[in-house]
Ligand binder design. Sequence first.
Ligand SMILES: [Zn+2]
Ligand SMILES: [Zn+2]
Length: 250
Amino acid sequence: MRWRRAFGQLVFPQCCCLCDGPLADPLAGPACPGCADCLRPLAVPACLKCGLFLAPSVPPGRCGECRARRRPFRMAVAAAPYEGAFRRALLELKFRRREVLAELLAKPAVSAFRRAPRDHDAGTAGAFPAAAVAVPVPFWRGRRRGFNQAELLARPVAREFGIPLVRGVLRRRSRPPQTLVSPSARRRNVRGAFRAGRLPERLAGRPLLLVDDVFTTGSTVEAAVRALIRAGAGPVDVLTVARAWTPAPR
Ligand SMILES: [Zn+2]
Ligand SMILES: [Zn+2]
């Protein structure tokens, strides 16, 4: 009975992929209207450089950290804080490979990136990325799960922007999972975590878009950005679906 239900779900899902509530119109998408409505970009001010969501009272600009130190990326953008429906959907995607969810989550990320202000003073202005690259997962983890959630997201993102997704440029060495390491040790833990091969000739010096699921402390994406720049990339923008929610005072 269970497998029959599971099979039916696969062919013609009856339940919302996020809340398991009934799906009145399965052709409209894998999530019920309530859940789909929750997956919209958050409309609050964000740091122009790193995409950190700021308290609504804060005037637009760069967050304290971005003013204090140089970021290796040109600009980082996220659709929403890592909480609520976004968090649920990202965990579903990460552990259960729901490709329909990757499509659903790519949309708000794409619109957040399109409407992110390009600012000369923050150093985020310039040409649109020529190609997308997904942050790779450590080899053993990818092997065990059989997929990389960042790549599942990068595919619809690249398609929406009409740019190619370049695979195999970045590789990741095995390190203890970032969640098991204290924030201060995270930066050390990711140093040297990425190896980049040579970029295709046509991408040398061109801007790239690095795609990941969640921007937490930024240490992972920063290490990946540095590896891409060492490999000959031009400026690198970062697009994640979610951003750790830490409204910083300025
Ligand atoms: Zn739902
Ligand atoms: Zn910032």
